[in-house]
Design a protein around this ligand. Structure first.
Ligand SMILES: *[C@@H]1O[C@H](CO)[C@@H](O)[C@H](O)[C@H]1NC(C)=O
Length: 434
């Protein structure tokens, strides 16, 4: 008798049993091992790019050689660089650690939706990136609390498989946690992705690294991850905004003053006053500590910022708010002032990038009425904004090493539901208050 049918049947039964079981959450994975290698001291390392105002990109890299020039040569065909830009550089000391030379060079104006080839400091290798389109559709990859473990690698591999234009990171990058060389290994780990698409980041608690009486906070973060704060009228790298293809994105700081008398709050008001929903119908906001969180981890930590800033963001009709901090995934209905509200924002906690601290498993029960989907697994999200009215959001869980699309939803914009128009007066009033 041919044993094949029996084996097939047995296989099908066992597969069904496995599928029916509850998903078993994987444990944290070990920190990645980065073998030490001697690199030529002028070799560009840790290359990443970020938006630097309309049609411009900032290229950032590190060299051990302190005399290496901060120039970027670039063009639209490989090996032929029709343009060159000169930038600036910085470096910092942290106790016994001395950073390499950190170069920041702004290039442009650049065409939309175009592949550029570039070289840093006149040195091979050549890198390439694609600029985002001028209009919808546009796709954002979103993952926070990355760190540098086996799970981080798995998340980055999955993001690499997707077609996206911009990476959004709501805080907690390297988990260097005072060990400065880990900022260097993190830079190396993300280079393949971050040199090819703009990485727009905001800070989390792991970026602080302050030591009372010795070190102010955010020294490494601000030196290495310079964002377009000057370009967006902000006086601090810890909060800024940018516009891309019909989207106005605001990156806020959970760990810098955010009360009504703060500089950040004043800047936010000024920034919101500049938003034109005809030009940028979608308004996205990112910060680290979630305001709507039904996980037991980090309960209430965002309350102060929420009390100060939610009325402002609600009057401005923010469409989607992304946060990290809690190592799990959660998506809410449209909410405002603690309850569901058709004109509120969708809040998404996506602090599940894969860091060494592992997942946050415990939830408050029963779930609040506003919580739609919550799960403690590592993964990443993709926001595909199709047009001025529709966006498709998916969350991809790292099922072992396969990305599995586990949550998905169409989100319609507040412009299309009439909320933006309904709130015109409320917004004007709040923005003109002294
Ligand atoms: C926007 O995209 C959605 C989803 O594909 C579609 O149903 C809708 O008709 C589009 N709207 C416009 C104005 O093109």
């Amino acid at each position: 008798m041919d044993p094949k049918p029996i084996i097939t049947v047995l296989f099908l039964i066992s597969a069904t049993v496995i599928a029916a079981q509850e998903y078993v959450r994987p444990p944290p994975r070990k920190a990645l091992h980065f073998p030490w290698s001697r690199k030529p001291s002028s070799l560009p390392q840790q290359v990443h790019i970020s938006f630097a105002g309309d049609k411009h990109m900032r290229v950032t890299w590190v060299t051990n050689d302190k005399s290496a020039p901060s120039v970027v040569e670039y063009g639209t065909s490989s090996g032929k660089y029709s343009s060159v830009a000169q930038g600036e550089s910085t470096s910092y000391k942290y106790i016994l650690y001395s950073s390499g030379k950190i170069h920041h060079t702004v290039i442009g104006p650049l065409e939309h939706d175009t592949v550029y080839f570039y070289q840093c400091g006149g040195q091979a290798p050549e890198f390439q990136f694609k600029t985002p389109p001028a209009q919808f559709p546009i796709t954002f990859a979103v993952a926070g609390d990355l760190g540098q473990t086996g799970w981080t690698k798995s998340t980055l591999d999955h993001i690499d498989q997707c077609k996206y234009d911009v990476h959004l990171l709501p805080g907690d990058l390297s988990y260097a946690d005072y060990i400065q060389s880990r900022w260097d290994t993190f830079g190396e780990l993300v280079q393949p992705l971050a040199s090819a698409r703009p990485w727009m980041v905001t800070q989390g608690n792991h970026e602080k690294e302050n030591i009372p009486f010795l070190k102010d906070g955010f020294q490494s973060y601000n030196s290495r991850w310079k964002m377009p704060y000057e370009e967006s009228g902000s006086s601090s790298n810890l909060y800024y905004s940018f516009e891309v293809a019909g989207v106005h994105a605001i990156m806020l700081g959970s760990y810098t003053d955010n009360d009504e008398y703060s500089d950040q709050y004043r800047w936010l008001k000024a920034d919101l006053a500049k938003v034109d929903r005809q030009k940028t119908p979608w308004l996205l906001v990112l910060f680290h500590v979630p305001w709507y969180n039904s996980n037991k981890a980090h309960q209430g930590e965002g309350d102060g910022m929420m009390a100060a800033m939610e009325p402002l963001l609600s009057a401005a009709s923010a469409d989607i708010v992304f946060a990290g901090h809690v190592h799990a995934y959660e998506r809410t209905k449209r909410v405002n002032n603690g309850k569901s509200d058709r004109c509120g924002a969708v809040h998404i906690t996506i602090g599940d990038g894969g860091n060494k601290e592992g997942l946050a498993h415990k939830y408050k029960n029963p779930p609040p009425e506003w919580s739609v989907f919550r799960e403690a697994s590592f993964g990443h999200g993709e926001l595909n904004i199709v047009n001025s009215t529709h966006a498709f959001w998916t969350w991809h869980r790292n099922d072992d090493d396969e990305p599995i699309r586990s949550d998905q939803v169409w989100i319609t914009s507040l412009v299309s539901s009439g909320c933006v128009a309904e709130k015109t007066h409320e917004l004007r009033k709040i923005l003109t208050e002294p």
